[in-house]
Ligand binder design. Structure first.
Ligand code: XLS
Ligand code: NI
Ligand code: NI
Length: 441
């Protein structure tokens, strides 16, 4: 493979290979075997694993109580373009060593933002040219791009929901830059996570105008991208809170409603993030199912929260039970529509070795692989499907089937109820379902 840039950042770390569950090599996959077929597709195809540029290459571990702890060897150069190229080299070295096919970015993860939009756009163009060469020299592709319209202080009152049109226009310029970059790199999708689209106090907020403006803005972005020949999907990434108290894209159901309300249902799907689901007091599985029911299960931001902490801790996935239940939804709904599994997760502030980044991603990939195997075993080697079908069997024949076909009226329900006696008690058997999953873990 041709390599552009001659430095090796992750010295001593080899290409990560599948060694099976008895391996004691921390730098090997125990369950993720890319070419292994599960339910008709390889694991590589099921997952389309992606690295998140922001956490993996930009996140140095700063928190409200102290600065970053991690000194990245690719983040040293004072020239922003050279620093961006070094970061891209590190990204592609990491991806190639991991055997991951995809990455995801915000515009200003790629290169530091300049003093003004015009200069920033020039910088993004330069680094996009460089990334294009790196993509051509490898098998790596872009899963999705997005714009960071939340970090710059100008977005403190929101981006597309900003009370000031001037700021909204800046967000538009930035989304155009990020869309151009995504399209130039053959990006398969484009993400909108709300950022600061929401509010802290209703007293100073015209909620209806703000939400309608987001709808107008998303329509403009869609129209622009389609005009440029973009064929991929747009994803909304729901999150209930943080940074604002009330985020407008609270959860999957709320986001689907906005997508339909603003006429975006032919172009937009959802990117479901585990920790956002749990912040909304839902399970990850619930959010996936809601998206799948609407035909909008586009992509996943993989991470996990913490049972004791109420914020977006973005830890790497390691909960096989939670992920196995999620993989049941995925397999039963036919998989992700266009997206993949993006590790929107960060190593802890005190995980400061460069190898920790590999170990974390290996653990995440293994969690999904193991969960997929569990879900597949449950569907193909257990009575799970049969039990579930039995629970709803009354809609398969007779009056139940007529109801499903839309052939009954309320009077028919009444007549049926009166002539067929009291319903017998039918157990939900939740514990039995739970035991079946456990048996295959
Ligand atoms: C923040 C979001 C963000 C999006 C991309 O909570 O997860 O990282 O995925 O803007
Ligand atoms: Ni995310
Ligand atoms: Ni998040």
């Amino acid at each position: 493979m041709a390599v552009i840039g001659d430095k090796e950042y992750f010295k001593g770390i080899p290409e990560i290979r599948f060694e099976g569950k008895d391996s004691d090599n921390p730098l090997a996959y125990k369950f993720y075997n890319a070419e292994q077929k599960v339910a008709g597709k390889t694991m590589r195809e099921h997952f389309k694993f992606a690295m998140a540029y922001w956490h993996t290459l930009c996140g140095t571990g700063g928190d409200p109580f102290g600065p970053g702890t991690k000194v990245f060897p690719w983040a040293i150069h004072s020239d922003p373009i050279q620093a961006a190229k070094d970061k891209a080299d590190a990204a592609f070295e990491f991806l190639t060593k991991m055997g991951f096919d995809y990455y995801c970015f915000h515009d200003f993860d790629l290169v530091d933002e300049a003093k003004n939009l015009v200069e920033s756009e020039k910088r993004v163009h330069q680094i996009v040219d460089y990334l294009k060469q790196k993509q051509e020299a490898s098998d790596v592709k872009l899963l999705w791009g997005t714009a960071n319209c939340f970090s710059n202080p100008k977005y403190m009152n929101g981006a597309a929901s900003n009370p000031d049109f001037k700021v909204l226009a800046h967000a538009g310029a930035q989304v155009k830059i990020a869309l151009d970059a995504t399209i130039a790199l053959g990006g398969e999708n484009y993400v909108f996570w709300g950022g600061r689209e929401g509010y802290m106090s209703l007293l100073n907020t015209d909620m209806k105008l703000e939400q309608d403006n987001i709808g107008r803005f998303l329509n403009m972005a869609r129209d622009y991208a389609r005009k440029q020949g973009f064929k991929g999907s747009f994803f909304i990434e729901p999150k209930p809170m943080e940074p604002t108290k009330h985020q407008y894209d609270f959860d999957a159901a709320t986001s689907i409603n906005s997508i339909r309300q603003y006429g975006l249902e032919n172009d937009f799907k959802l990117n479901i993030e585990v920790n956002h689901a749990t912040l909304a007091q839902h399970t990850f599985q619930h959010e996936l199912q809601v998206a799948a029911n609407a035909g909008m299960l586009g992509s996943i931001d993989a991470n996990r929260g913490d049972y004791q902490n109420g914020w977006d801790t973005d830890q790497f996935p390691n909960n096989v039970l939670e992920t196995a239940e999620a993989m049941l939804v995925l397999l039963k709904s036919g998989g992700l529509q266009g997206g993949g599994i993006n590790f929107d997760a960060k190593t802890r502030r005190n995980s400061t070795d460069l190898e920790d980044i590999f170990i974390a991603h290996i653990g995440g990939a293994d969690t999904f692989a193991r969960a997929l195997l569990v879900a597949d075993a449950v569907l193909s080697n257990s009575k799970y499907e049969e039990l579930l079908a039995k629970r709803y069997a009354s809609y398969e024949t007779g009056e139940g089937a007529a109801f499903i076909k839309g052939n009954l009226k309320l009077e028919d329900l009444s007549n049926y109820a009166k002539t067929n006696g009291e319903p017998e008690q039918l157990s939900g058997k939740q514990e039995l379902y739970e035991n079946i999953i456990n048996q295959h873990l």
